[in-house]
Design a protein around this ligand. Structure first.
Ligand code: ZN
Ligand code: ZN
Ligand code: FE
Length: 709
């Protein structure tokens, strides 16, 4: 019996070699028909024996190509027409529809073998790619994903590349960025020159996939110190690209898997040492990535050791995308520019992940991860603009949420422009006409003003959004307990929140427990000068390294009743880090807390306090410190006591499901102790995985709240 099926496939099926795969599959099963891309699903018609049609459908769903993610396959019967040949048709627009395109993918093993093989036509060619790897979102200007709509359109394929592109048996069949040394992009200088400069301790700006990066010898302290000075980044850890992470770090199986995944993110690994001391000062973790483009492979291999590979920007500005922009903004930092003539369509920083509490957790969602869609609840098309720090937006439609890439803190014009540029791009690429807008409750955030320009926004309280981001990720249904612990977010009562236990309801939330608010003497500056919080918490004499005169002024200010109040856990971390002598000032967000976590030495002790008794917890710690308890033990005790207090606060609600979010849960020790404690108490904890627990994940929660309205 002959039959014909019309099939539509949704999911990440563009830019992953899906059409050639369907072509080969249809031929293998002896089927006729066609396949084509659209701006919506991939469309297929196949005709042949019924049995063959069944096997074709089963293979399609069960054995897709490596980068594809199938979300939905629909088929319907059609009258047979007698076709026996199978063809790939031209793409077809479907106005208003949308598709997911694969994020950029790390160089595959086949392509790597080619660039390392002296007899291969692509030997040492830095732009080698195929349907299983290479640039995607960073070259796409518009959809459907076809070469004329990418930044590769200016390169005309040579005879040889075209033959590969048109040969269904070839790995490069319909590989849109296909290129070779005869026809593709070229570097602005020899890799050898860059390597020589790196060996001499110079700083080289490298044009990567989603923007410029700054590279230097990770083993050369002088070079690393110079990079820090020029980049105005005194202490924030620097990521390192290397071939053999196991030489410097302990790497668990799950971490290897993350390192070698097509997303090839920076993975925070337990660092054993061996590189320049100022790579990650005071921390026990190192951000490591493997080379993920042919250019990186050649650079790291020729150099023969680990290279610092950090975003090409001045601290907190967006990563540089255009050549002229890079020359201008990075001119004072880099000694040399290793550029090329393939334009970058969109800025994408490197993503950062960490394995903690039994799951891989995203800390910065960008290259290789965005814009992979997350399953989302039913909602009208919507946009959420996030908060202020680590900004990222979410656009959602048809049960999917696209969380945009990390852009940076919305403090300066450049970052705001980059944010708006990306938002416009996502709205266009996914044909989203937002009917609902969501933003933070804070009236002065730039993200709030951007939302107001788009319509009348739903204003979502910061910690409500944090907790909702976990509900969205894990498809949890309210009511549930939410624990939101971070540095700062505006509460509906006008005070600054940040140590909150909420009950998340279908519409809205109830605040059921929180840290007792303490004054922030000097306001926002407390996040940088953590010792001020030790004063606010009542520490009597100034910690070492703090000017006694300023200390006494701040103590007076804290007691004057003129300082804003905050229930922030981040600020309690600052106070304790100051008390322990671990950090008096922070040069990047969360530095004091990160150093306090790294300082923990044993299991610590448990001080039995409730979450609201943060003042008592601090004074008990101060008493122990006076008795000479070492900082490493104090730090551990602090984490253990806090985890216990959180578990107790959750238990009091009588609910079982707990969502943990907020930047403080990036702290592995706190997260793991809390999760363990909750499980022991018979509760069911969930935490962020695919979006950051920090403010980079907050737009997903805002979107969820707006969807439930
Ligand atoms: Zn490849
Ligand atoms: Zn070519
Ligand atoms: Fe936050």
């Amino acid at each position: 019996m002959r039959g014909r099926l019309g099939i539509t496939v949704r999911g990440t099926v563009q830019g992953v070699g899906f059409r050639p795969y369907v072509y080969r599959l249809a031929r293998r099963h002896g089927l006729g028909g066609w396949v084509r891309n659209s701006t919506g699903p991939v469309e297929i018609e196949v005709e042949g024996e019924e049995e063959a049609l069944d096997r074709f459908l089963a293979d399609l769903e069960e054995r897709p190509p490596p980068l594809a993610r199938i979300e939905e396959v629909r088929s319907r019967r059609l009258p047979p027409t007698g076709t026996t040949t199978f063809v790939i048709l031209d793409s077809r627009p479907r106005p208003g529809d949308f598709q997911s395109v694969s994020p950029d993918a790390a160089t595959c093993s086949d392509c790597l073998a080619e660039i390392l093989d002296p007899r291969n036509h692509r030997y040492r060619y830095p732009f080698t790619n195929c349907t299983n790897c290479g640039p995607r979102f960073t070259v796409i200007e518009s959809l459907p994903y076809d070469r004329p709509l990418t930044t590769m359109r200016r390169f005309t394929m040579c005879e040889r590349c075209r033959r590969e592109y048109e040969d269904p048996q070839d790995r490069r069949f319909h590989a849109q960025p296909n290129a070779c040394p005869d026809c593709g992009p070229h570097l602005s200088m020899l890799i050898e020159e860059a390597v020589t400069a790196l060996r001499r301790g110079r700083i080289v700006a490298v044009k990567g996939l989603g923007g410029y990066q700054l590279a230097c010898d990770a083993g050369n302290e002088e070079a690393v110190a110079r990079l820090r000075r020029r980049k105005h980044r005194p202490r924030k850890p620097l990521a390192v690209m290397m071939l053999e992470p196991e030489r410097y770090c302990s790497v668990a199986a799950e971490e290897w898997q993350a390192l070698r995944s097509p997303a090839a993110p920076i993975v925070l690994l337990r660092y054993r040492g061996g590189l320049a001391p100022s790579i990650a000062p005071g921390l026990r973790e190192l951000g490591v990535m493997l080379p993920y483009t042919p250019l990186h492979h050649l650079l790291v291999r020729d150099f023969g050791g680990p290279l610092v590979m950090t975003s090409g920007n001045l601290s907190e500005e967006p990563i540089c995308r255009e050549d002229a922009e890079a020359q201008q903004r990075l001119g004072g930092i880099a000694d040399l520019f290793l550029g090329h003539d393939r334009p970058i369509a969109a800025r994408y920083d490197d993503s950062v992940v960490r394995w903690a509490a039994g799951a891989l957790r995203v800390i910065r969602r960008a290259r290789g991860l965005a814009p992979e869609p997350l399953p989302f609840c039913a909602s009208p098309p919507l946009v959420a603009t996030g908060a202020h720090l680590k900004s990222a937006f979410t656009v959602a439609r048809d049960g999917r949420a696209f969380v945009g890439p990390h852009v940076g803190d919305l403090d300066d014009l450049l970052t705001v422009q980059a944010f708006e540029e990306q938002l416009e791009r996502y709205l266009h690429l996914f044909s989203v006409r937002p009917e609902r807008i969501a933003c933070d409750l804070h009236p002065d955030y730039t993200s709030t003003r951007i939302a107001e320009r788009l319509g009348e926004p739903v204003r979502v309280q910061h910690h409500h959004a944090h907790v909702a981001s976990v509900a969205a990720e894990h498809s949890l249904r309210p009511p549930l307990v939410g624990v939101a612990l971070d540095g700062v977010g505006l509460g509906p009562d006008g005070t600054i929140w940040g140590g909150e236990v909420l009950v998340l309801e279908e519409r809205g939330f109830r605040r059921v427990a929180h840290l007792e608010p303490v004054p922030l003497p000097g306001g926002d500056v407390c996040a940088r000068e953590g010792w001020r919080m030790a004063a606010a918490y009542g520490l009597e004499s100034p910690p070492e390294g703090v000017d006694p005169r300023r200390w006494h002024l701040v103590r007076q200010l804290a007691g004057s009743g003129r300082s804003p109040l905050s229930s922030s856990l981040g600020r309690l971390f600052d106070a304790v880090a100051s008390l322990c002598g671990v950090a008096q000032v922070s040069t990047y967000e969360g530095e004091a807390a990160a150093l306090l976590e790294a300082a923990c030495e044993d299991e610590g002790d448990v001080i039995k306090v409730e979450l609201e008794e943060n003042r008592r917890l601090f004074s008990e710690m101060a008493a122990r410190q006076r008795r000479g308890e070492p900082a490493g033990r104090l730090a551990a005790t602090f984490h253990a006591s806090l985890a216990r207090a959180i578990v107790r606060a959750c238990q009091r609600t009588g609910l079982r499901t707990v969502a943990l979010s907020g930047g403080c849960f990036q702290n592995r020790r706190l997260l793991e102790a809390t999760v363990d404690g909750l499980r022991e108490a018979g509760l069911e904890p969930y935490a962020n995985e695919r979006v950051p627990a920090n403010d980079g994940g907050i737009s997903l929660g805002q979107a969820w709240v707006a969807a439930w309205q």
